[in-house]
Write a protein that binds this ligand. Structure first.
Ligand code: COA
Ligand code: ZN
Length: 312
């Protein structure tokens, strides 16, 4: 049996937050349903941030409502404050992903509050989940943005990232994700960071979020795999980037990441050919955007076999 790796598709959130075109709600639902049918186990489908800050997500509640019917895929959304979390709980989502920036400068630019204030805000979100009787029903994932460095502040200390993770874990996070928001991370640093997080957090699930800004995205995935990480964010066609982190560019590409994981013998459950077809449609919706990736251009090798077939 091939060991599973969970890929979370973030193209509808990270991927859409900087593009010029507002994608229709119908197209977003089509994207999510097609990605779910292609086997992606989790889809971060939208972001509950104020529409005046990111107009792309003005339809967050409609997108969530359109995806409530069980599809065998976890539908989650990003939130940056209590109000966003309350909107996501109201929408009936079973997973909500909160983000804290490890860099003070990015925290102030992105969420208009210090990192410590963002950690305090998380306690309010956990209390709100409890007050609504949703403990055990709604999973709270926590992402630590700029965990590997920041284009505004420069260095971010590994010790600070671990302190933030410990605070979130103590307060009720169900999953901790370290995010390389601006593509500063490199494999040795990634290995050390996840070894440190695993030592500090014990059995709490760890996830990784990489941007391929400087070409090290997939190398960083292998380093995180070596540290035991089995959950990764990726974006169809490699779209993505934080509007409040200067110089940010796209995420690691879902098609290429799935290809590499399968080639390494991990079972992603993903039908890569179906993803390539979806990517073709999404490219049509977003003229002028930069898509990345090798597999969609060159095709799967004739010698390719999915991990679950390799052992046979
Ligand atoms: N959804 C909808 N409206 C919201 C909201 C949310 N999640 N959070 C705040 N608002 C509204 C408030 O009700 C208020 O409205 P009003 O002026 O009509 O009263 C207004 O937005 C300002 O609220 P405030 O709490 O003062 O927010 P702020 O100006 O301090 O900004 C954030 C804080 C977190 C809302 C803002 O920095 C933000 O949305 N950041 C997200 C950035 C992002 O998406 N980054 C990329 C992913 S990490
Ligand atoms: Zn990102």
């Amino acid at each position: 049996m091939a060991e599973p790796v969970i890929l979370r598709e973030v193209g509808l959130r990270d991927g859409l937050q900087m593009v010029k075109t507002i994608v229709s709600t119908q197209d977003k639902l089509d994207f999510a349903r097609t990605a779910a049918a292609a086997g992606l186990p989790e889809i971060e489908a939208t972001s509950f941030v104020p529409p005046h800050i990111i107009p792309q997500f003005a339809d967050a509640a409609e997108v969530a409502a359109g995806l409530l019917k069980p599809m065998g895929t976890t539908i989650s959304a990003l939130v940056v404050n209590l109000k966003g979390a309350a909107r996501a709980f109201d929408a009936g989502l079973r997973k909500v992903n909160y983000v804290v920036s490890a860099s003070e400068a990015h925290s102030l630019a992105n969420a208009r509050r210090s990192t410590d204030a963002a950690l305090a805000e998380f306690r309010l979100i956990v209390a709100d989940r409890k007050a609504r009787g949703l403990d055990g029903q709604v999973v709270l994932g926590c992402g630590i943005a700029t965990a590997f460095g920041c284009t505004l502040q420069g260095e971010v200390s590994e010790q600070r990232v671990i302190e933030i993770a410990e605070s979130l874990a103590r307060d009720g996070a169900d999953e901790i994700m370290a995010a390389d928001t601006v593509g500063y991370g490199s494999p040795r640093q990634v290995r050390r960071m996840f070894d440190g997080l695993a030592a500090a957090l014990g059995t709490l699930p760890l996830a990784a979020h990489f941007h391929d800004t400087r070409g090290l995205g997939l190398a960083n995935v292998t380093a995180a795999l070596d540290a035991g990480v089995r959950r990764f964010d990726a974006s169809l066609g490699g779209l993505g980037g934080c509007p409040f982190a200067p110089g940010a560019t796209g995420n690691i590409n879902t098609e290429d990441t799935a290809f590499m994981l399968e080639a390494l013998g991990f079972d992603t459950g993903v039908d890569i050919t179906a993803l390539i077809a979806l990517r073709g449609r999404v490219e049509g919706w977003l003229p002028g955007e930069r898509f990345s990736g090798g597999i969609s251009r060159a095709g799967l090798p004739k010698t390719f076999r999915r991990a679950m077939d390799q052992a046979a």
